[in-house]
Write a protein that binds this ligand. Structure first.
Ligand SMILES: *Cc1c(COP(=O)(O)O)cnc(C)c1O
Length: 428
């Protein structure tokens, strides 16, 4: 049995942890089979508890953009740990990472650190509501902004994977303030704004959607959103938890040359430790406590170990902006290679890519929004996923997730991935 120890560990975990996991998509429910327990990781590779090695296309769902156990991050964390792990009082490193982030990201003056992407988005929406004195928000079907109540309405990622895009436990009162629009469809937003005049605090969007698979926006769509928001005095929130520091030093705002009013971060900004953040121009951030009336806080926010990891990560990216070109080239090479072998086997597919984000949908219609994403053939995806796993390639265990390419990946690794696809494609 290939996954003997993983199976045992999963059984034990299920006794004490709901579903055996601390985040649902890890349970492999969408693809079937037993989740693989990991023991360690280095560079582009994961090593499981049964001693198998995998080329990793999740990279902790984004943070490990420079590879696992990236030495500057590891050293920074070890160094900081020796000086104490948390004080509950301000530290200099918080200003250092804030200054660097503000310099890297367009159109923000100040940034507040939190502990997850969920917290960042939840807080950003509260800030938008406080700033505008309005209650309603617009989100897009299939976009995921973490698991706080307002966002679990037609959410993407694990929420759609498990067939509960609308979660029980979210009250009707909360749900009625979340309005749903269609990704890449400006008129759906315009209609909602017109029907709810002077009621919509913000439009929140993944500027490149990554939680219904990867779905890039058109630039006109993002710019159109910006213009519509300006017209209606509604704030535009870019949820850059996935795209921040991944698409470019300045994230999607830089990549698409569209400014948002509030930006949220997570994943890369923590270098693999639990960090989220939200940022905006000073006049908006001034609404936050202690300067302003909108309350937001965190016992472990700005934690020194997390800040050390994040600062080491952002510094490494800042000092090597060529990394984005390299990542993009590697991903393009991977996408073209996979496309070629799927075509040879007459497999129906769509490959979407933006920078180092990519996804494969088994459908013949272009995937541009939630409705087209769910048309994908999940049986083909399951087969492909398990076939690749057996070949030593670890893909996201759901068709509604993005592949995250790391700079640690070599062209040899990518060739292996393409060869594995060629082999597995024959079984589809
Ligand atoms: C991952 C993700 C979140 C949630 O972040 P967590 O750290 O998992 O809470 C929010 N928005 C987007 C776009 C994400 O990809």
């Amino acid at each position: 049995m290939l996954y003997k120890r993983s199976s045992q560990l999963f059984k034990e975990a299920q006794n004490y942890i709901p579903g055996g996991v601390n985040s649902p998509v890890r349970a492999f429910s969408a693809v079937g089979g037993t989740p693989i327990f990991m023991k360690e990781a280095k560079g582009a590779y994961l090593y499981d508890e049964d001693g198998r090695k995998y080329i990793d296309y999740i990279n902790s769902w984004g943070p490990q953009i420079l590879g696992h156990a990236y030495p500057p991050v590891i050293e920074a964390v070890i160094d900081k740990t020796k000086k104490g792990t948390s004080f509950g009082a301000p530290t200099e490193i918080e200003t250092q990472i804030a200054e660097l982030a503000v310099n890297m990201v367009p159109n923000i003056d100040q940034i507040r650190m939190v502990n997850s992407g969920t917290e960042a988005c939840m807080s950003a929406v509260r800030l938008a509501r406080g700033y505008t004195s309005r209650d309603k928000i617009i989100k897009f079907a299939g976009c995921y902004h973490g698991h706080s109540d307002s966002f679990l309405i037609q959410a993407g990622s694990g929420a759609v994977t498990f067939g509960t895009p609308n979660s029980p436990g979210v009250t009707k009162g909360t749900a009625k303030d979340t309005l749903l629009a269609t990704y890449n469809d400006l008129s759906s937003v315009e209609n909602l704004l017109n029907a709810n005049k002077e009621e919509v605090a913000c439009v929140i969007i993944e500027p490149v959607a990554g939680n219904m698979g990867c779905i890039p926006p058109t630039r006109e769509f993002l710019q159109g959103l910006k213009d519509l928001c300006a017209k209606h005095d509604t704030l535009l929130i870019f949820d850059e938890v996935m795209t921040g520091f991944r698409l470019a030093l300045g994230g999607a705002q830089e990549a698409y040359e569209v400014d948002a009013d509030i930006v949220t971060f997570g994943k890369v900004i923590g270098g693999g430790l639990p960090v989220g953040a939200f940022a905006a121009r000073k006049e908006i951030m001034d609404y936050l406590a202690p300067n302003g009336p909108v309350y937001q806080a965190g016992t472990l926010s700005g934690n020194p170990l997390a800040m050390a990891a994040g600062l080491a990560m952002l510094s490494a990216l800042h000092q090597d902006p060529g990394v984005y070109q390299r990542l993009s080239e590697k991903t393009t090479y991977l996408r073209r290679g996979i496309a070629e072998v799927l075509e040879q086997q007459n497999v129906t597919y769509q490959l979407n890519q933006k920078g180092s984000m990519m996804s494969l949908h088994f459908t013949d219609t272009p995937v541009t929004d939630f409705a087209s994403a769910v048309k994908g053939n999940n049986e083909s995806f399951k087969k492909y996923f398990h076939g690749m796993l057996a070949e030593g390639v670890y893909l996201p265990p759901s068709a509604f997730e993005t592949w995250f390419i790391t700079d640690a990946l070599t062209y040899q690794d990518i060739d292996k991935t393409i060869e594995a696809t060629a082999k597995v494609a024959k079984t589809l």
